[in-house]
Design a protein around this ligand. Structure first.
Ligand code: ATP
Ligand code: MN
Length: 466
């Protein structure tokens, strides 16, 4: 007998009835019936639901193996697909054989039927993907990544790989991890006070990238529309539910785009991700809707159907100072908005995603386009309920003299950015771009409150296990 190998997702479809098939996966539960058979619920990660197996007492290994199968054991089952009389499933598999690959001792296997907190599950990051919630997060994250590529590819953006090790620090983006092959133990032993980076691997200081933007601009200024999608590193000491030391960022960069075009793209982008998750992952999204964030799907559908608010920074400051709300940090024109202010705007005042733009030039990096008012730059942040800032971007300064003046103003050595300035020296064009943090997007779509639960192996201060 050669049987077709199916996933649980495929085997749950009614068209499988009558076929002889094989599935492989992990036991979620076993129930023994007095009528001389056992029910096994098998999950293989292909979908949230399990496949029900009927294992009859006549099977050769019924007493010796099947009747003692526990949660977490791995099996291969071959048999005949039948219509199921049970609730919540169209099909069930009547086993002709059950091969046990590996048992899971209930005394020591951590994932028993009892519910564990997300905090506890973080200690078992190598096993938590076997739970319903983390399986659903993995599938929705996958769906979001696929949507991102499709969204850009459909519009003829080129996927560009920018370097992970870099010497430029994309001014102001965050604290960097230094990359070195210098022997730190030896240096400590010799009590060397001043390091000679000429002796280091790259013969100068090098870091893990905080953003691919600057390199991305070089490709946009040759090929038109590009995007990057890769790992990004920030040595943030802050222990928050929205910051990781290692995260994934998507950074589109477009020649001949101004701030408005940039906002249009960012808005369409977020709507596309939300719409795809709702339509392509209905079962997983229902889990988040019921168990993680009540009202999630309806709220996301509203985001898809409505227009984002677009608000100049100056007007945001007016709203925040006039609203009568007590904030921990005071709001004044010229200072950066804190997450509490951003969340007030998007969650309470507008109850909608908000694109803030035209920020004070003093608090924004040198590469943002300077407005004629000489006070503001064409930067923009997209804020969404529950998460706050999800996107940061800007129209880039493409006028060489203005760029150089801004570098001087901010004390940035222009010679380090000679290649970046060259883009303005030779055939300069207006251009713009933004960065979306993938994990913040996954938080927004799934309703998961802690960013450490939407990436398989989170890196944060004091944690690099697994
Ligand atoms: P925040 O103010 O929230 O710390 P930022 O302004 O430093 O973010 P940007 O430099 O604008 O962030 O980066 C672009 C996007 O990357 C952000 O909008 C966010 O979605 C994401 N991001 C930034 N820092 C982190 C981080 N430490 N962990 C996860 N995502 C991040
Ligand atoms: Mn930002």
């Amino acid at each position: 007998m050669s049987s077709e190998k199916l996933s649980v997702k495929q085997a749950r479809l009614p068209e499988c009835i009558g076929k002889t098939i094989k599935i492989e996966g992990w036991v979620r539960t076993r129930r023994d019936s007095k009528a001389g058979f056992s029910f096994l619920e098998i999950n293989d990660g292909s979908c949230l639901s399990n496949l029900q197996i009927i294992a009859d007492a006549n099977l050769a290994n019924y007493e010796s193996q099947i009747k003692t199968l526990n949660t977490g054991a791995s099996v291969a089952v071959e048999g005949l697909m039948k219509e199921s009389g049970g609730k919540g499933q169209a099909t069930e598999l009547v086993a002709k054989s059950v091969v046990v690959y590996g048992e899971a001792d209930p005394e020591t296997y951590p994932l028993q039927k009892k519910r564990h907190s997300f905090e506890k599950l973080r200690e078992w990051a190598h096993l938590r993907s076997r739970t319903n919630t983390f399986g659903a997060v993995a599938r929705v994250r996958n769906c979001i990544c696929n949507s991102i590529h499709q969204f850009f590819q459909e519009q003829e953006f080129l996927y560009v790989h920018t370097p992970i090790i870099t010497a430029s620090d994309c001014e102001g983006a965050g604290a960097m991890f230094q990359v070195t092959t210098l022997d730190l133990d030896k240096i400590a032993e010799k009590e060397i006070k001043y390091l000679d980076f000429k002796q280091d691997f790259f013969q100068r200081r090098a870091y893990l990238t905080v953003s691919g933007q600057l390199e991305g601009e070089t490709y946009a200024c040759a090929l038109g529309k590009i995007y990057t999608f890769g790992p990004t590193f920030r040595a943030e000491k802050s222990n928050t539910t929205r910051h990781l030391a290692e995260f994934w960022m998507i950074e589109p960069e477009m020649a001949f785009y101004e701030l408005e075009d940039n906002m249009d793209l960012a808005e369409a982008f977020i709507k596309r991700i939300a719409k795809d998750a709702i339509t392509l992952c209905p079962e997983d999204m229902q889990l988040f809707n019921e168990h993680v964030e009540p009202g999630l799907i309806e709220a996301l559908q509203k985001v898809v159907d409505s227009q984002f608010v677009r608000l100049p920074y100056t007007e945001a400051v007016e709203i925040l100072t006039g609203c009568g709300q007590k904030f921990e940090y005071e709001v004044k024109w010229g200072s950066d908005l804190q997450s509490e202010h951003e969340r007030y705007l998007t969650e309470q005042h507008f109850k909608s995603p908000v694109i803030l733009y035209n920020y004070p030039r003093k608090i924004k990096p040198f590469y943002m386009y300077c407005n004629d008012d000489e006070k503001t730059v064409r930067g923009m942040d997209v804020l969404v309920p529950r998460v706050g800032e999800i996107i940061g971007g800007s129209q880039r300064e493409h006028r060489l003299e203005v760029l150089e003046a801004r570098m001087a103003e901010q004390g940035i050595p222009a010679e380090d950015y000679w290649w970046y300035s060259d883009l303005r020296r030779f055939g300069t064009v207006p251009h713009a771009g933004f960065g979306l943090g993938l994990e913040r997007a996954v938080q927004f779509i799934t309703g998961m409150t802690n960013i450490r639960d939407v990436i398989p192996f989170p890196r944060f201060p004091g944690n690099v296990e697994f």
